[in-house]
Design a protein around this ligand. Sequence first.
Ligand SMILES: Cc1cc2nc3c(=O)[nH]c(=O)nc-3n(C[C@H](O)[C@H](O)[C@H](O)COP(=O)(O)OP(=O)(O)OC[C@H]3O[C@@H](n4cnc5c(N)ncnc54)[C@H](O)[C@@H]3O)c2cc1C
Length: 354
Amino acid sequence: MTDRVDVLVIGGGQAGLAAGFYLRRAGVDFAIVDDQPDGGGAWQHGWPSLRLFSPAKYSSLPGWPMPPQPGEPFPTADHVVGYLREYERRYQLPVHRGVRAVGVRAVDKEILVETDRGDWSARTVISATGTWSRPYVPHYPGQQVFAGRQLHTVSYRGPEEFAGQRVVVVGGGNSAAQILAEVSTVADTIWVTQYPPRFLPDDVDGRVLFDVATQQLLARRNGVPAAGVAGLGDIVVVPPVRAARDRGSLVAQRMFSRLTTSGIAWPDGRTEPADTVIWCTGFRPSLSHLAPLGLGRVDGHIATRETEAVDDGRIRLLGYGNWTGTASATLVGAGRTAKQLVTELRAVAGTRRG
Ligand SMILES: Cc1cc2nc3c(=O)[nH]c(=O)nc-3n(C[C@H](O)[C@H](O)[C@H](O)COP(=O)(O)OP(=O)(O)OC[C@H]3O[C@@H](n4cnc5c(N)ncnc54)[C@H](O)[C@@H]3O)c2cc1C
């Protein structure tokens, strides 16, 4: 049996739900498949102290603003999960849970999506599978011989287990800064980054990132270079990060060149002992289901024009990063990009009917 819809969305996290909102509003026949038993996407798997870097009302999907969390100016991951689950119910989005897309193929005029629970056929497929299931750890010599523990952000559960240790935190983004801020309260920490970390001024929070995203979007649409004051990767000085900086714990060293059996070593021969290395080194898009299409690549990812795969306009990618729409990997950006995507699909459908 093959189910058929006009548009199939793969992934029911924030990006998939934002697409669902606009597809429903446009009266499109669509469905969403998601491999998790419950709603909330990647936010379900974050560490307990993970917080948004902006207040709730700046972190909303289209239609219904995220309610504030009492007593928490920067909402917790649990609060975001609750919001996404309620959003799904509120707009009665047709999410089929526990369904994993394993292969997407072009078959004549249709796109066939093979899942572990039967096949779907659609005119257009929106891939919104996020990045959480593909943690990225760069390769460094000595990773195999290091006798201590190595873990990625995805496995981090809080600072307690590192009490009394000597911990190396790798990475120059918000995850690294937030994890370092709390681990440094119980452990001796060393922070290493590939490039000098860039902090936003203390008096601005994640809202400024969305302003920058808006400037970048407008600049791109008008074909002029974006003149933003900050990049979307800049570190937001949330209260725990500020406290760590004031304690002197946020001083970054340049990246080491290798691991040794007992720690890390720099090219000039300097070494430091370590019990644990936490790799806060980001993620890669989860896109193995699109492999059968053999879509062309550029700069290490599928070639896109905003959300559209350059090789096949019936395949859309949403939520993975700036290469799939400006700030599309944020709550606010996912909504904006989804709106544009659905507008384009409707224009294509109109042309077809005409
Ligand atoms: C540490 C951290 C802090 C962040 N802080 C902020 C912040 O403060 N503000 C902000 O706006 N953004 C923030 N982000 C970014 C962003 O909000 C998240 O990365 C977001 O979860 C991405 O949403 P998504 O819908 O694209 O992907 P996901 O939330 O990962 O959803 C994708 C869904 O698809 C499912 N899936 C995957 N593969 C398949 C498949 N083959 N078949 C079916 N289903 C599949 C997944 O299980 C998941 O349920 C943060 C991200 C991180 C990592």
